[in-house]
Design a binder for this molecule. Structure first.
Ligand SMILES: Nc1ncnc2c1ncn2[C@@H]1O[C@H](COP(=O)(O)OP(=O)(O)OP(=O)(O)O)[C@@H](O)[C@H]1O
Ligand SMILES: [Mg+2]
Length: 259
């Protein structure tokens, strides 16, 4: 069977029966995930359960032992490079490039001249709290600033699929909320597919259409929570009784003792 015939019945990103092990240690078991365009989906679960591994597999950085991973219905890995922008858990800024030149990496790769790329990025520096730091090197920045630079780089790549691994983990609470609100506005109405990992249940509820809860050893999805809150969402919604019961359900899943 030719697996590269697009299967339109699947979401833009789809994983079916994916198993993955490292050094004969079972990391992920039977992972099913389907995400459409214009959907924001999050993955939550205890540390070490395999959340980053799921994103590594989707991006093509790692390969599954078995199961299917399809992007736009196609399993060909070579297509993924142009479709996916991946912000890994570590910021991976290049130490020998200035903040501005780190941020424009994706634009440069797409062939946009440096001068133009810099202009595009400079227009966003203030929003990302990086104005005045464009000519500094990453080692002079705080963890939160490095993370915002890596996030801006991911956004500027302008790909249809964004994989974000704890994109706001190094930010203080206020900054984090501002970024969340900005993100929710940014993606509203855009043809993007966002899959992100977070430890923050409130963040997952606020941003997501659907939340996948993972257990550990091996990593398996043990619950899926659909978040049917209307968009655009405002912060007040987080105090509603609907949100409190969603939070309660998610916490119960996360705190469930492993069998
Ligand atoms: N390079 C590696 N070699 C061996 N084992 C690894 C490697 N990278 C990850 N692992 C193991 O794979 C499992 C899943 O790791 P992964 O990074 O996907 O978890 P995670 O849910 O993202 O964790 P965290 O919340 O701490 O980021 C862990 O048990 C980890 O020990
Ligand atoms: Mg991780």
């Amino acid at each position: 069977m030719n697996t590269n015939i697009p299967d339109n019945s699947l979401g833009r990103v789809s994983l079916k029966g994916v198993n993955y092990s490292l050094d004969s240690l079972e990391i992920l078991r039977n992972i099913d995930l389907s995400v459409n365009s214009r959907e924001i989906v999050s993955i939550i679960g205890p540390s070490g359960c395999g959340k980053s591994s799921v994103l590594n597999l989707i991006s093509g950085l790692q390969s599954p032992d078995s199961g299917q991973i399809k992007i736009e219905g196609k399993s060909d890995q070579s297509d993924r490079l142009n479709m996916i922008s991946y912000m890994q858990q570590k910021d991976l800024l290049l130490p020998w490039r200035t903040v501005l030149d780190n941020v424009i990496l994706g634009l440069e790769i797409q062939g946009i001249p440096k001068k133009e790329s810099r202009k595009i990025a400079m227009a966003q520096m203030e929003k990302f709290g990086l104005l005045g730091f464009e000519n500094k090197y990453p080692f002079t920045l705080s963890g939160g600033m490095k993370q915002r630079a890596a996030f801006l780089r991911t956004i500027l790549m302008n790909r249809p699929i964004l994989l974000l691994d704890e994109p706001f983990s190094a930010l203080d609470a206020l900054n984090r909320m501002q970024m969340q609100e900005w993100v929710i506005k940014l993606f509203d109405g855009l043809d993007k597919t966002v899959i992100f990992v977070t430890h923050d249940i409130d963040e997952a509820i606020f941003l997501s259409d659907r939340i996948y809860v993972m257990s550990s050893s091996p990593g398996e999805f043990i619950a899926i929570e659909n978040i049917k809150l209307t968009r655009p969402r405002s912060r007040e919604i987080m105090f509603s009784s609907d949100v409190l019961s969603i939070k309660n359900r998610l916490l119960n899943q996360l705190l469930k003792p492993a069998l």
